[in-house]
Design a protein around this ligand. Structure first.
Ligand code: NDP
Length: 498
C-alpha cells in the first residue's frame, strides 16, 4: 500500500507548497522498485525563498530570544509526537530506505531521545561568569544562536540524521532550512508536519523551520547562499569538500560528518563466538550502508582461519528480504546506482587478489529480483594497498587483514584518511586501553560495536569530518560564544594624558 505523502512537500515560510516551476520527483521502494510517492523538487528560486524566510524569522528574534524553556517545550512535544506516530514513521522509513522495521523503530526511538536530550541540555545552560580580576567589573560568556542554518542529510538514516541536526539547531534558537537526500525524503516531510504544529503552538515566527527537497543542485544552492550562516552536512567525502569550498566564499561555519573506513580489531584472546557475532553486525547492519560500519576486520594471527570460516558461514545464512517482513535480517541497497557502485568495488577487489569467502553476488531468490540486493560478502587476503581497503564502499562488503603485534595493528588501523569509529576486542584490559588511546578515531568501542548515546559526541578525526554531533559539543556547533564585559561605575582612565 502506498503511503500518504503530500505532493506539495516543500515547507517554506510557514506553508506547504509545490515547487516554483512545478518540479517533481518520484520516490521508489528499494525492495521492489515500486513507486511510493511523488514529491516536489525545489528550484533555486525555492531555495532562495526558504533561506530568506529563515533569515527574516531569525532576525525578527521571536525564536532566537524566546526563553530556552519554550524552545525546549517544542522539542519535547515533537519527541512525544514521534512516539505517538512511531509505527507509522518506522513503516515509512522502511519503505523508503529498505532497512528492517526493527532498525527503523530504533531510529524513531533514537530521534526521540535526541530531541529530549537537547530539550534538557538547553534549559540547564546559562553561560558562565568570568573572573575579571577587578572589583569594579563583571564579565560573562553567553551562548547565542549562529543564525540561519542549512541542514543537509544523506539517505541512509534520514529521520535520525535530520533530528541530530534539527534538535540542537532549534534548541539553540536558530532558524533552519533542511534538505534531505532526494532518494529518501519521506520521513523528513512527515517530521516537518509534526514539528510545524508544535512550532505554531509555541508562537514561533513562520520561517523558523523550512524544508526544501531535491538533489545536489539544491544542496549546493544552500551551501553557496550568502544569507546562510552555517552548513551542517552529512554525506560523502567528495561532496563534503565541495560544501566546504562553497561555504568559504562567505566564511560560513561548517560542520561535516563524512563517513569512514572503520577498523574492527580482534586480538586472538577474544571470545571467538562473540567477536564473530559482532563482526557481522558491525559490517552488515543496514547492508553496510552505515558511516561507522566495521568494514575493515583486522584479525590477529592465531585462530584467524577458524574465525574467517565461522564468519563466512554465518554471513551466508543472513536472510535478505522485505524490511517490512518478519524474519528479514537485511534489506536491499538504497538504489540501483549505489548497488552498481558497490559491485564495481567488489570486482576491483577480486581483480587485486582478494579471496572471496562468502557472498559476492546478487541473491538468486525470485522474490528478490526487483530490489537492489547484494549478498553479504567476506573477502580475505586483503592488505592496505587495495582500493577496497582504503575507500569507503558503503555496502555489505567486509575485508579481512591479518596482523601479529599490537604496534603493527595500531599503525594499520590508522593508515587511512578517515577517522570516524572502530573497535578493539581483547580480554586484556591494559591492551584494550592502550590501543583505544592510540587509535585516531572519534569513537572507539572496546568489546562492542555500534552503541552510541545522545549524551556522547559523535564525529570524525581527519577526513571523516569537522565538528561534532550529539553531546554538549553538538549544541555548541549551533551557538556563538559572546563575551559581555561590564564596568560598574566607569571613570576616565587617562591612558593618554589630559
Ligand atoms: P552525498 O554526499 O552525495 O549526499 C549527501 C547529501 O548532500 C544529500 O542530501 C545530497 O543530495 C546532498 N548533495 C549532493 N551534492 C551536493 C552538493 N554539491 N552540495 C551540497 N549538497 C549536496 O552522498 P550520497 O548519498 O550520494 O552517498 C555517496 C557516498 O557518501 C556514499 O557512498 C558514502 O561513501 C557516503 N555517505 C556517508 C554517510 C555518512 O553517514 N557519513 C551517509 C551517506 C553517504 P542528494 O542525495 O539528493 O543527491
Amino acid at each position: 500500500m502506498r503511503p500518504e505523502v503530500r505532493t506539495n512537500s516543500l515547507f517554506i515560510d510557514g506553508s506547504w507548497t509545490a515547487a516554483e516551476g512545478g518540479g517533481e520527483r518520484i520516490v521508489t521502494n528499494p525492495y521492489d522498485a515500486t513507486e511510493l510517492a511523488t514529491v516536489a523538487e525545489a528550484s533555486t528560486a525555492d531555495v532562495d525563498r526558504a533561506v530568506r524566510a529563515a533569515r527574516a524569522a531569525f532576525d525578527a528574534g521571536g525564536w532566537a530570544h524566546a526563553p530556552a524553556a519554550r524552545r525546549a517545550a517544542v522539542l519535547t512535544a515533537t519527541a512525544d509526537a514521534l512516539q505517538e506516530h512511531r509505527a507509522e514513521l518506522a513503516r515509512l522509513e522502511t519503505l523508503d530506505t529498505g532497512k528492517t522495521l526493527a532498525e527503523s523503530r530504533y531510529d524513531v526511538d533514537d530521534s526521540t531521545a535526541v530531541l529530549r536530550y537537547y530539550a534538557a541540555l538547553v534549559t540547564t545552560e546559562a553561560g558562565r561568569t568570568v573572573d575579571t580580576g577587578r572589583a569594579d567589573a563583571v564579565s560573562r560568556v553567553v551562548h547565542e544562536p549562529v543564525g540561519v542554518c542549512a541542514l543537509i542529510t544523506p539517505w541512509n538514516y534520514p529521520l535520525l540524521q535530520i533530528t541530530w541536526k534539527l534538535a540542537p539547531a532549534l534548541a539553540a534558537g536558530n532558524a533552519v532550512v533542511a534538505k534531505p537526500s532526494e532518494v529518501t525524503p519521506l520521513t523528513t516531510v512527515r517530521l516537518f508536519e509534526l514539528l510545524q504544529e508544535r512550532l505554531d503552538e509555541a508562537g514561533a515566527p513562520a520561517g523558523t523551520a523550512n524544508l526544501v527537497l531535491g538533489g545536489g543542485a539544491v544542496g549546493a544552492a544552500l551551501a553557496e547562499h550568502p544569507l546562510v550562516d552555517l552548513v551542517s552536512f552529512t554525506g560523502g567525502l567528495a561532496t563534503g569538500r565541495s560544501v566546504m569550498r562553497a561555504a568559504a566564499e562567505t566564511v560560513k561555519k561548517v560542520a561535516l560528518e563524512l563517513g569512514g573506513k572503520n577498523p574492527n580489531i580482534v586480538f586472538a584472546d577474544a571470545d571467538l563466538t562473540t567477536a564473530v557475532d559482532y563482526a557481522l553486525t558491525a559490517a552488515f547492519l543496514h547492508s553496510g550502508q552505515v558511516c561507522s560500519a566495521g568494514s575493515r576486520l583486522l584479525l590477529q594471527r592465531g585462530q584467524h582461519e577458524e574465525f574467517i570460516t565461522e564468519l563466512a558461514r554465518r554471513a551466508e545464512r543472513i536472510r535478505l528480504g522485505d524490511g517490512l517482513a518478519k524474519g528479514t535480517e537485511c534489506g536491499p541497497l538504497v538504489s540501483a546506482e549505489h548497488r552498481a557502485k558497490v559491485e564495481r568495488h567488489l570486482a576491483g577487489a577480486l581483480a587485486e587478489g582478494a579471496v572471496l569467502r562468502a557472498g559476492g553476488a546478487r541473491p538468486t531468490e525470485p522474490e528478490l529480483q526487483q530490489g537492489y540486493f547484494l549478498r553479504p560478502t567476506v573477502l580475505s587476503g586483503c592488505h592496505p594497498g587495495m582500493a577496497v581497503v582504503r575507500e569507503e564502499v558503503f555496502g555489505p562488503v567486509l575485508t579481512v587483514e591479518l596482523f601479529d603485534a599490537e604496534d603493527e595493528v595500531v599503525a594499520l588501523a590508522n593508515d587511512t584518511p578517515y577517522g570516524l569509529a572502530g573497535a578493539v576486542w581483547t580480554k586484556d584490559a591494559g591492551r584494550a586501553e592502550r590501543v583505544a588511546q592510540r587509535l585516531r578515531l572519534g569513537t572507539v568501542w572496546i568489546n562492542d560495536y555500534h552503541p552510541y548515546v545522545p549524551q556522547a559526541e559523535w564525529g570524525g578525526f581527519k577526513q571523516s569530518g569537522t565538528g561534532r554531533e550529539l553531546g554538549p559539543s553538538g549544541l555548541r556547533e549551533y551557538q556563538e560564544a559572546k563575551h559581555i564585559w561590564r564596568t560598574i561605575d566607569p571613570a576616565p582612565q587617562y591612558w593618554f594624558a589630559d
